[in-house]
Structures are given as structure tokens and as C-alpha cells.
Design a protein around this ligand. Sequence first.
Ligand code: ADP
Ligand code: MG
Length: 628
Amino acid sequence: MSAFLKLLARNRLALGGLIVMGLVVALALITPLLPLADPDVTNTADRYLRPLSDGHLLGTDQLGRDLLSRLLWGTRLSLGVGAAAAIFAAVSGAAVGIVAGYFGGRTDNLLMRGVDMLMAFPYILLALAIVAALGPGLVNALIAVAVVNIPFFARNIRGITVGLAHKEFVDAAKLAGMSHARIILSEILPNVVPVIVIAMSTTIGWMILETAGLSFLGLGSQPPQADLGSMLGEARSALITNPHVSVIPGFMILVIVMSINLLGDGVRDALDPRLKSGALSRPMAATRVDRRTRPDREIPTEGLLSLEDLHTQFHVKNRVYKAVSGVSLSVKPGECLGVIGESGSGKSVTALSIMGLVASPPGVITGGAARLEGRDMIGAPYPELRSLRGRRVAYIFQDPLATLHPLYKVGDQLIEAISCHRPISKAEGRAKAIELLKSVRIPNAESRIDSYPHEMSGGMRQRVGIAMALANDPDVIIADEPTTALDVTVQAQILSLLDDLRRERGLAIVFITHDFGVVGQLCDRVAVMYAGRIVEQGPTRPVLDAPAHPYTARLIACVPELGEGKRKLEAIPGLPPSVDDLPKGCAFADRCVKVQAGCMVNDIPLERAGARAVRCLHPETEIAEETA
Ligand code: ADP
Ligand code: MG
């Protein structure tokens, strides 16, 4: 509960809504205790007194009744009726929805068609018809407003219940022999309550307005009883001559509805666990950039793609996750750079930052540059980024099933990848798609082009993913663990395919993996990442033969090799540090066997010597000697 309040309080507008609403409700509650004039006593001698007149703080209305008193009593009534209507609609709507969704079949059909019938009438007309049938009066207005809102709740809740009714935990409850009533109460209801509360918090303002509307038309509260709607209705005739009589209740309605809506939005955000992390909020088209210093827009660089001191963070609530802190890399045409590290070391975030693909919020690029032929792409205008994505820098993602759209044929998806960047005729697109599928060695490309992703094996889908990355002849391919989901034979095929491509087309490849075996097969150079930083970098062979950083050495020791004879495979004990609370000095220190006191004092610089570099005070091998 306190966590909920804290979340709510972080949303300023919602907090404002909560405070205003709290004040209004408190006022409405203590109204009977206040020394107010009787709201219904008329005094025609004092008609239309202005606000701040003697004895009438807000003036009087057309019958000389005290406006302050009527306003407070009216607010009390309007709030009460609105809330009662909302609760009534929510409870009956949710009951209908849960029963329909849980039992399904004929019950569902019957109930939902009934709801559909309610929905078939125009909203306000239905409310008017109900009041006309029941007769004017506040209670009848309440019933009318509640009834017309039932379908909204019923439909919402039914949809969610249908999804829940087939979940394993409901099956488990059935297997345990629970009765339907008990399953609904203990398994389904707790899961839909947040939705009911959310739907209520966003509709209650609306219902207050509707009740006020009916009262305005004379169908709700009956004279002399005041509610906000009837006060407005009665003041209508003197709108021009004595505006305060209508402005005062009108303003109160505005304040109430606005604060309820702001509060409702806040409640919805605070209750939904998925919104808490910002995961559901629509990500921006490109990662947010917030750099202290601005690197030069364009400078000559040696590599085709080069990262300079890249920093990417996730700002979640008041924590800062430093996923990437100061990574510099570069690849030349025809070169393959391996990026290796344990899960969570920042490899994917580094790769995604290049084209601004890290989701924002919560991602923020806080420093550095990512240059394609010297031109910094971080913070580049979106159209420019879009034209580069896929055309010059292409990605292959880890999970091909998640990358391919399940409802489109793979051929159409390939053609779409091409047509995004240049106009292409249908026949031409198809021919190109077949050619691409052939180039990644998919058998029967001509017929496979019309397959859906689920009709292919994992290896084939991965190859389609690669074909898609190749569709626009990119200069750089960033492959993010493309073979982790595959068996070893397919993995070998894909590696040799990528290898051929870079030789034939001069592709630069950034190959992300956690497997040193793969790096050895494919990469010219390798960069080892740990806790968001590069700890060792250099040509693959020397690094493999004589790793300098203890972490690299441990990673290599994790790879089994055939024909090596008996060797103990050692896992690295402990876990990588959490990147929102990095230790001082070397991040690997507490898992390192060679750790010494000095390791944990200051930041360790990346020491360079020739082509190699290492971030360690006590390396396994001195790299300087080797390259000297
Ligand atoms: P990997 O090297 O396995 O690809 P990632 O680059 O995906 O690792 O993640 C790097 C770090 O960033 C991890 O510690 C992870 O916890 C953190 N991270 C990634 N996405 C988010 C996010 N949306 N919010 C907070 N932290 C994140
Ligand atoms: Mg990853």
C-alpha cells in the first residue's frame, strides 16, 4: 500500500488530483457540521446577491438561497450519487463479465448479447428512456447512469476473464476439486480487481457528469434539493445577467471531474506493474540522448563503424543502471569483431545504442559517439537514423521467432525490408527475396518464400533473419547472439555463411556472443565486456593463447575443447555485479583469484599496448612485452 502511494505521489498531476479530491470529499463529509444557512430556505428579498456580500460568502441565487450552502450540499449529493452509480455499474458489470468469461459457451453468448442490446442504444438516449420509464428523481437518475455504464465494465472484464479462465493455475484449481464459485472468488477475482479499480477510477468523473446532465435537464434531483447539475439548470435563465450563479457550480464540476481524472490516470499507472518500469509506455522512435558534452559531428575515423566512449544508462524510478559505461570499439570493412561477456554485461545495450534502438524510457545515452564513416549517429535526426537502419547498419537478433511477424509469410517480410528503403516492383521484390533465401542456403527457396515463420525450423528462421539483415546490402551487420538458440550443426553452417559473406561482400560484422568457441571460429578481433565496460581487447589468436585479464582467462577456461584430453571445466564463481551499484575500482575484483587491495580503490584504466588492451592492475600476462 505504501509502495502504491509512493508511486502515485511520483506522478505530480495525480498527486495534485488526489489532494484536490481529498479536500472536496472532506468538505462534503463535514458539510452537515458546518455553520451553514439552510440550503433550501428562500428569501426573495435577497435575490441574486453578488459573492462576498454580507452573510452570503458566495452570494445568493434566483430565490435568495445561500449559494455556499447549496454548493456544499449539492457537491455532497453529486459526489455520493456519482460514486454510488460507479460502484453499482462496476459490481454488476464485473459480475456479468466474470460469469460470461469464465463459463463461456451459451452463458457467455446470452449475457453478452444482452449487453450488446444495451450498447445498441445511443448512450444518453438510453439514460433518458430509463428515467422516463421510472419517473424523474435522483435515485432513478442514478440507476439510469449506472445501467448505461454496465456494458463498459462487462466487456472489459469479460475479455480479461476469458484470458484467465484457461490459465494453468485455474486448471490446477479445478483439478484440486474447487467449486466454480470458489475458483471465481479466489483465482479469477483477485486478478481482475485491479482492472475494475482502474476502470472505475477513470469512469467515475464521467458518471458524475452524466448525473449532473440528467439533473440539468430536470430529470435528476427535484427542487428544492440542490445537486450540481440542478443548480446549473436553474441558473441557466440568468446566465448573462447573474453569471456567478452558474459559474460557481460549473467551476465545482470542473474541479471535481478534472481531479478525479488526473487521480484516475495516476491510480492506473501505479496499479499496473507493467507500467511501473515504464515498459508499457510507448518507447520513443529513437533512444533519448542526454550528453554532457557534444562530440564533433563528423571526424575522419579509421574504422567503418566506431564507438567512442559510449555511455548508455537506464533511468528507472530513482535508480540509474549503468548498462554501458565508456565502451570504445571499431570495425573495418571485411572485419569481424567479437564482443563477448556473460549475460548482463551490456553487449546488447551497446549494440542497440548504435542505431538508437534502446527503448526510451528508460534508456538514455548519456555520453560518447557512434560513428559510421566518421559521422556521429547518436542524436541524429530520426529520418536520417531510419534511412540508415537496415540499409547501412543491419541487425540479426537472438530470437528469430520473436523477430519475424507470425502472421506474414517470410517472403513478404523480406520484401518489406527492401521496400522500406527503395521502391521495388512486386515481381522484382519476389525475385530478390528468393535470391536472398538462396544466399543463406535455404533449400527450395522458391516454395519456402510462401511459408509462415511457424512452418520453419529454428535454424531456418534464423537464416531468414540473416537474409533480412542482408536485404539491403548493408555495410555493417550487428549479430546479437544469433546462434545461441541453435544446435551445433546449424550454428556451424551459420557461422560459415557469415564468414563467406564478409569475404565476398566486405561486410563488417560485430558478433555478440558469450561463447569463446564461436569467437575463435569467426572473429579477427575480440572485445571482452564485463559490467558495461571493455576489460580486454585484441586480435583473437593472441587473446585466446595468452589472455591478459583474469576474467578473459576464466571465460576461456569455460569452453570445452575436443581432443584436449582431460581438463577440468571451471565455472566462474559468483555473479556479475548489479550495474546500478557498481563497486569501486575493478568490477570483477570480488570474483577474481588474483585480487589485491589496490584493485578496489580507484577506477582501473584500459591499458593499451599495440593492438591489445587490458583493464587490469595485475594481468595474467604482460601485454606490453608481447607486442614490443
Ligand atoms: P547482455 O550482455 O546479456 O546482452 P544487456 O546489454 O542486455 O546484457 O544488459 C546490460 C545491463 O543492462 C544488464 O545488467 C541489465 O540488467 C540492464 N538492463 C537492460 N535493460 C534494462 C531495462 N529496461 N531497465 C533496467 N536495466 C536494464
Ligand atoms: Mg543480450
